[in-house]
Design a protein around this ligand. Structure first.
Ligand code: SAH
Length: 229
């Protein structure tokens, strides 16, 4: 089923605007055809009520059952030097059900806070596209960027992926925990000092086997393991 996204509801009508109108027209939805519309953490079943040039009015005819992730995962992702890589990470972790993304500024990461914050609008758009694809009604929450040194192990299970340290294997993480904080490094990895700081604070250092992964592959791999265990 095709799924669209709305931010405006009037009575039992949901209104599609801007990019959603374009997306709707590309899909060539028929007059009597039913489709989904995500609005405020729900997915409604709708039919077209009326079309204008720049808006589409969708009549709510029902509600779709939605799934909730079993795990509450916060990803502390060190901002990749290649900022575009963050777009891929945002899209994939939204599909996988990550609740929160906290952009982290580390020694070897991209470090300009203002430039990072200017990406928030774009990330929201990418995350909404991923929500529609995944039929996920809940937004990915993106927090203010933080310095790596400010991180604290506030979750039930706190891990750092560090390929430079002989840490524990994933099977030795408490996989039955329901709330995880996961720190992933940038392209160049963590410095020795950063790895030590996080371990001393109580983050469990985890090594993925057998090879060295790209930052985005590492983030997506650990999230899908934790989400499905
Ligand atoms: N440039 C480094 C690799 C850094 S990989 C090198 O050539 O060795 C970027 C990040 O992905 C790391 O900081 C870590 O968080 C994660 N990562 C990649 N492969 C990993 C592995 N095998 N185990 C644990 N973490 C890994």
């Amino acid at each position: 089923m095709h799924v669209f996204y709305s931010e405006e509801k009037k009575g039992n009508i949901l209104i599609l605007e801007e990019g959603e109108v374009k997306h709707f027209r590309v899909r060539r939805i028929g007059k009597e055809e039913e489709f989904g519309v995500i609005y405020e953490e729900r997915i409604y079943l709708c039919k077209v009520e009326k079309e204008e040039k720049s808006r589409i009015f969708c009549k709510i005819v029902g509600q779709l059952e939605t799934k909730e992730p079993h795990k509450d995962i916060t990803l502390y992702q060190c901002i990749t030097v290649e900022l575009k890589t963050m777009d891929t990470i945002v899209r994939q972790i939204t599909e996988l059900g990550v609740k929160r993304l906290v952009p982290i500024i580390s020694e070897r990461s991209f470090r300009k806070k203002d430039a990072i914050k200017r990406k928030f609008e774009k990330w929201k758009k990418i995350a909404v596209e991923a929500m529609k694809q995944a039929k996920r009604p809940i937004h990915l929450h993106v927090s203010e960027p933080m310095e790596l040194e400010e991180l604290e192990p506030i979750h039930e299970e706190n891990i750092v992926l560090d390929n430079f340290y002989k840490g524990i294997k994933v099977k030795n993480v408490n996989l039955t925990a329901e709330n995880f904080g996961v720190v992933v490094g940038p392209e160049g990895g963590f410095s020795e000092r950063e790895g030590r700081i996080l371990r001393e604070k109580g983050f469990k250092s985890v090594i993925l086997e057998p090879y060295t992964l790209k930052s985005e592959t590492a983030a997506v791999s650990i999230v899908s393991i934790l989400m499905n265990c």
